[in-house]
Design a protein. Structure first.
Length: 164
């Protein structure tokens, strides 16, 4: 809210230089803003009494947009990358998958490691759990297990995240 839109009985006023001018009526605050040739802008509407500041509204709005843009730029979404394994995976293939997981973890992503059972492989799933344990052990220097291996349908999954 700016200028005449502010209908509160009294407001806490901050001057154009950032100095506290105290609590006063909104009419008096409006008069001070007009004398300075600037706008009266409500900064904190939920405060008791509401906080208003004497600023150039166009410049204030521009700064606000710029701060929001900068905050969005610094945000990073964490993706979940999936690595699929099978019970009869060879050691070199497993090492390749481990290197891929290391790359994902170093970028800051989470890794979902899935051990898929097809056909009759499901009968020997107890002897295949060691594959996921070995996988977790080999990346334990840079990753920590977020969720332990767990059966979900015909696959066993575990989640790894980067160590903090």
């Amino acid at each position: 809210m700016i200028n005449e839109q502010i209908r509160d009985r009294e407001v806490r006023l901050i001057g154009a230089d950032g100095a506290q001018l105290g609590i006063m009526s909104s009419r008096e605050a409006m008069r001070l803003a007009e004398e300075a040739g600037l706008d009266l802008v409500k900064i904190a509407p939920t405060a008791k009494p509401p906080v208003c500041k004497i600023v150039d509204y166009g410049k204030f709005k521009y700064e606000q947009v710029r701060k929001e843009k900068e905050a969005r730029k610094k945000q990073r979404t964490i993706e979940i990358k999936e690595i699929r394994l099978s019970p009869n995976i060879d050691t070199n293939d497993l090492n390749t998958k481990i290197n891929a997981a290391r790359k994902f973890l170093s970028k800051g992503d989470k890794v979902k490691v899935t051990l898929r059972f097809r056909g009759r492989e499901i009968a020997h799933m107890n002897s295949s759990k060691h594959i996921l344990d070995d996988f977790a052990k080999s990346v334990s220097d840079i990753a920590v297990m977020e969720k332990a291996p767990k059966m979900e349908g015909r696959s066993m999954t575990m989640f790894l995240t980067e160590k903090r």
